[in-house]
Design a binder for this molecule. Structure first.
Ligand code: AMP
Length: 427
């Protein structure tokens, strides 16, 4: 029997790490430019936090959570998303007494029991941001701008922003009634799965993956037609604020899409997604929205909030598809090739001295031929090989070979960590 990584999970191998570093560094960098500070929450939480915070009618809670009882009898769940945990932390740490708004971001793994396919996994990683304590439309625009700039910084182009307003809890029942009326009159055209959803959560029919439902959704009642005056004014202000951003980002194109409702129950007012142009299906790079009611749902005082989450695996797929180059960096400066027992102990001490002084150095595998040791130095992409045999020890100098400068680039260097460090770091 051979073990494999669990279905829908993957190892991030050393050769893939430069892409991951690139993406996580870009996330931290753009978040810092907007004044967002990092927060890390546990990988698991009380199951009831997600049941309440995400909503019992959602796909996530209905069928995608990794939930279990731990040995102490606690019901816990591997986090399927980051917003409810960050809200829990906001309440737990009294962040309402911090200067408002509080701007936070996170990067880390999420877990959902989904059917794995390209761009959809059971363990995946999200970069997410949240802003609490400010309900102004300008903050909606700021969060959208942050997402847009992040994608730009990554070098992704040809992006499309889709926007919608689903109003607030008071607007929603009118829209849901209209949806029920519309779909009830067309039951025969609805696939079974959506007929069943209609009773529980009519909004889900708008972003259904079923082709017949997608066709019906085009003419379905639009949430923006059921907004109160205040919600409608707010929606207009958000659109004006996003239009204003076009002065800085002329390529920022958006479309209002009334089928965009997002999969989670807690959204209010603005919802948005960014995807590659011409994309179909499971390709959304980043999605978010406002959730002014969430904090109350999980037991806190009313606190406005807005955020987004972006799936890092999808960025990396897109970076590779668009051929965006990533600097692989160089880990090893010098590999010490040593021939004979005496050379091995000199090499050991030299490597230790180099590393202590800050130079990345390692010993080639012992007991191998010079050729095999040199091949190893190449394989780890070392810049230099330092060659030591009995003759070099007697002379007190080794041969330092520049592996990137072509044949014959070799100098003598004193067998002393400081001298070697000077020589390899001079380049
Ligand atoms: P959501 O939290 O469902 O709104 O998703 C936000 C973003 O996370 C999506 O736009 C995707 O980029 C990413 N995402 C969500 N679910 C998955 C998954 N199962 N596998 C990979 N990425 C995902």
């Amino acid at each position: 029997m051979q073990f494999k990584a669990p279905r829908g999970t993957s190892d991030i191998l050393p050769q893939q790490q430069p892409h991951w570093e690139f993406v996580t560094r870009a996330a931290a960098d753009v978040a810092a430019r907007f004044g967002y500070r990092r927060i890390d929450t546990p990988l698991f939480e009380d199951t009831s936090l997600f049941k309440r915070g995400v909503g019992t009618d959602t796909d996530i809670v209905q069928k995608e959570m990794y939930s279990f009882q731990d040995t102490g009898g606690e019901e816990v769940t591997l986090r399927p998303e980051g917003t409810a945990p960050v809200c829990r932390a906001y309440l737990e740490h009294g962040m309402s007494s911090w200067p408002q708004p509080v701007r936070l971001y996170y990067v880390g793994p999420m877990f959902r029991y989904e059917r794995p396919q390209a761009g959809r996994y059971r363990q995946f990683h999200q970069f997410g941001v949240e802003v609490f304590g400010d309900e102004s439309p300008e903050v909606d625009a700021e969060v959208i701008e942050l997402g847009w700039l992040f994608l730009r910084d990554l070098g992704l182009t040809g992006l499309k922003l889709r926007l919608n307003s689903i109003g607030d809890a008071a607007d929603r029942p009118r829209h849901l009634d209209a949806l029920r009326g519309y779909y009830s009159a067309r039951l025969a055209d609805l696939p079974a799965i959506d007929r069943e959803r209609l009773g529980r959560s009519p909004l889900r029919l708008l972003d259904s993956k079923e082709p017949q439902s997608q066709e019906l959704a085009v003419q379905a009642p639009r949430s923006i037609d059921y907004l109160s005056d205040a919600s409608a004014r707010r929606w207009e202000s958000v659109l004006r604020a996003v239009d204003r951003l076009k002065a800085v980002y002329p390529e920022l194109s958006y479309e209002v899409d009334h089928r965009l409702v997002r999969g989670l129950d807690y959204y209010t007012h603005t919802v948005f997604e960014i995807e590659p142009e011409g994309a179909q299906g499971q390709s959304t790079l980043l999605g978010g929205g406002r959730y002014d009611g969430l904090m109350e749902v999980i037991g806190g005082p009313r606190t406005p909030g807005i955020g987004f989450a972006a799936g890092l695996e999808r960025f990396i797929l897109n970076l590779q598809k668009q051929g965006v180059g990533v600097d692989a960096g160089r880990a090893v400066n010098v590999v010490i090739v040593h021939l004979g027992e005496a050379a091995a102990s000199v090499a050991l001490e030299l490597a230790a001295g180099l590393r202590r002084g800050g130079t990345a150095a390692l010993m080639a595998p012992a007991g191998k031929s010079m050729k095999a040791q040199m091949r190893y130095a190449d394989a780890v992409e070392s810049r230099y090989a330092l060659i030591i045999g009995d003759r070099e020890i007697a002379a007190g100098t080794g041969q330092l070979k520049d592996l990137k400068a072509g044949e014959g680039q070799q100098v003598e260097v004193k067998l002393d960590a400081e001298a070697v460090a000077r020589a390899v770091n001079a380049a």
